[in-house]
Design a protein around this ligand. Structure first.
Ligand code: COA
Ligand code: AMP
Length: 635
């Protein structure tokens, strides 16, 4: 099929407002908008001001009313617990309504925040939708974060209550959530009025009388009472959720998502970008704690009337490297979306793809990869073994959906290995040099998006318009700074090469090295420190810390290194995958005192590097190389 991409992109370029107004016809609105876009509102403008809507209504109720009541909406497939649960749209509505009633009984009102700190269980999805139903603003916190990270989010989002569970399950260990939850509340200045706790049979927990509420009991009572909770109309510009993501410091950024623009963008993407039809089974193998989980486990597939899969397991080890193919065949998945790291993990355990032919993958059409750069070797391995198109696409928590892609729904364009495709409608992507001038095609530079951002992107940061301006809008006036570096080729394909800030990408998880440095600096024996991301065959990158110990510290450096590793796990969480730290005599710096992190990273990754002209003492780099080599790094 000839791709319609170019004509569709042009139609957006010619009249963006008409384009999005047309897309918005696929959403049910309580009240239409006054303007499609108001450039004067908000920080850079707002989409669909004046309109009223409800996201839960569009994701659930309207499908029940429109003939999909008996169709599966959600499949919870949990190889880690050996269980499966399936919910039709009617059953999903019943679960969401009952929980919404419980939230209302707890006094949660429109606009109030609810933190959701849960493992990959169906109740996490019910919780998100129940908040949406009553106009509350959810903020999901990934289960792999430690108590202190949760506490930071509590203080920033100031939620009325928290919905959590007794435990999560990781390979080989049960993660007790309750101590983390209680610890976070203890640490935080802001105290929620209640916690709704889901007891899981793998590890139950004690509930604190007067504060904690049993999820199952209260939901059961709401169902028995036949409670009805109508969808509360909210402004299209009202926040649906706040999702915290790593910034350049330990203070995460609260990315705000609105209701109206978000629905329009996600609904449009399902058919046109992902090539999926209502009624089909879509699977995003991510976690609801990440943006991919928000957009493509929960909202987009449900808005589109698909069946979505919530997978509680890992690509390998639960029980083997064939688990993805088992899920695809068993549930008739047409499209899988995951991070390249998952495929590198599978490829590492089953290089010849021997598990693939054991399963019927006849319904499977497309594999989508995002979250980090998809290395060509991994793409080719997937193409060879699965025999479907493998589509790399690029996005960020901030955008909530793809900035660039190879839009299979509009007709696939030729695949270029190493490129996450071409800009999607809504995105005028450009490459600027550090002074803000456009560069020649093929030249590496700062990847920016011309304002305004399209519907679905963040309108601002939670309670922090100024931080939003500073972080994204000020450096290149008129543009949104993606903080990615890359280039555009002659056919408008994008190549995303690296971050321009301190963010690293570990197994598709976005982490701030600056945030880790703040933790390292807390250790009483550490005088100075630096954290860089170094290449890792499976995870893409892993953090590597350097510490300079205080003068006079006579303790064994190996002991201190162990303590530093434990400190990061305790403060940030296991998700940081922080295992490597080396004690060094001094850090390499410029004469003005800037730590030469980029040069250290090149030494660790055995990339070509030049001696920086401004270096204070060149001998330090030899010291760093020797220390890393002694650990088997950069050899
Ligand atoms: N709750 C508690 N702990 C968690 C967690 C959660 N929800 N998720 C991860 N962790 C822990 C892991 O158990 C591990 O702990 P450990 O140090 O005790 O082993 C640590 O955090 C690091 O986790 P992870 O980076 O996921 O590494 P892994 O070795 O367990 O698995 C992959 C590696 C590649 C298999 C896994 O990261 C993966 O499937 N990634 C692809 C999909 C994805 O999640 N993409 C993100 C956005 S698209
Ligand atoms: P997150 O906000 O967690 O989705 O992380 C966003 C960052 O991940 C981007 O800014 C990129 O640095 C990186 N990223 C995501 N998808 C891709 C991709 N397809 N190719 C290259 N980098 C990517």
């Amino acid at each position: 099929m000839r791709s319609r991409y170019h004509e569709v992109y042009e139609s957006w370029e010619n009249d963006p407002e008409a384009f999005w107004a047309e897309a918005a016809r696929d959403i049910d609105w309580v009240k239409p908008w006054d303007k499609v876009f108001d450039a004067e509102a908000g920080v850079y403008g707002r989409w669909f001001p004046g309109a009223e809507c409800n996201t839960c209504f569009n994701a659930v109720d309207r499908h029940v009313a429109g003939g999909r009541a008996g169709q599966l909406a959600l499949i919870h497939d949990s190889p880690i617990t050996g269980t499966q649960k399936k919910f039709t749209y009617a059953e999903l509505l019943a679960e969401v309504t009952a929980l919404a009633a419980v939230l209302q009984d707890q006094g949660v009102e429109k606009g109030e925040r609810v933190i959701i700190y849960m493992p990959m269980v169906p109740e996490a999805v019910f919780a998100m939708l129940a908040c949406a139903r009553i106009g509350a603003v959810h903020s999901v916190v990934f289960g792999g974060f430690a108590a202190r990270e949760l506490a930071t989010r509590l203080d920033d989002a100031t939620p009325k209550l928290i919905i959590s569970a007794s435990c999560g399950i990781e390979p080989g260990r049960v993660v007790a959530y309750k101590p983390l939850l209680d610890g976070a509340i203890e640490l935080a200045r802001h105290k929620p009025s209640a916690c709704i706790v889901l007891q899981r049979e793998q590890l139950t927990c004690d509930l604190i009388p007067g504060r904690d509420v049993d999820y199952a009991e209260t939901v059961k009572a709401a169902k028995a009472a036949g409670r009805e909770v109508p969808c509360v109309p909210v402004a299209a510009t009202d926040p649906l959720y706040v999702l915290y993501t790593s910034g350049t410091t330990g203070q995460p950024k609260g990315v705000v998502r609105d209701n109206g623009g978000h629905m329009v963008a996600l609904k449009w993407s399902m058919e046109n970008e992902y090539g999926v039809k209502p009624g089909e089974v879509f699977w995003a193998a991510s976690d609801v704690g990440w943006v991919v989980g928000h957009s493509y486990i929960v909202y987009a597939p449900l808005l589109h009337g698909c069946t979505t899969i919530l997978f509680e397991g890992k690509p390998v080890g639960t029980p083997d490297a064939g688990t993805f193919w088992r899920v695809i065949s068993e549930h008739g998945v047409v499209a899988l979306f995951t991070a390249p790291t998952a495929f590198r993990a599978i490829k590492g355990q089953d290089p010849k793809g021997t598990f693939v032919p054991k399963y019927d993958l006849s319904k499977f059409r497309t594999l989508f990869l995002a979250g980090e750069r998809a290395d060509p070797e991994t793409i080719k391995w997937a193409e060879r073994n699965l025999n479907v198109p493998v589509i790399d696409h690029w996005w960020q928590t901030e955008t909530g959906g793809p900035i660039s892609q190879n839009p299979v729904g509009l007709g696939q364009l030729p695949v270029k290995y190493g490129s996450p495709g071409v800009p999607m409608p809504g995105y005028d992507v450009q490459i600027l040099d550090d002074a803000g001038h456009p560069v020649e095609r093929g030249t590496l530079g700062n990847v920016v998006v011309k304002l305004p951002l399209p519907p679905g992107c963040l309108p601002t940061l939670w309670n922090a318009d100024e931080r939003f301006r500073e972080a994204y809008l000020i450096e290149f006036p008129g543009y949104y700074k993606t903080a990615d570096a890359g280039y555009i080729d002659d056919e408008n394909y994008l190549f995303i090469m690296a971050r321009t800030d301190d963010i690293i990408n570990v197994a598709g998880h976005r982490l701030s090295t600056g945030g880790m440095e703040e933790v390292l600096a807390e250790h009483p024996d550490v005088a100075e420190c630096a954290v860089i991301g170094i290449a890792d065959a499976m995870k893409g990158q892993v953090p590597c810390g350097f510490v300079v110990l205080n003068a006079g510290v006579s303790r064994d450096a190996a002991e201190i290194e162990k303590e530093v590793v434990a400190l990061v796990r305790d403060r940030i969480g296991p998700v940081a995958a922080f295992r490597i730290v080396v004690a060094i005599k001094r850090l390499p710096k410029t004469r003005s005192g800037k730590i030469l992190r980029a040069t250290m990273q090149k030494i660790a990754d055995r990339e070509e590097w030049k001696m920086p002209a401004t270096i204070d003492d060149p001998a330090i780099l030899d010291e760093i190389k020797a220390v890393l080599n002694a650990r088997g790094i950069g050899v």
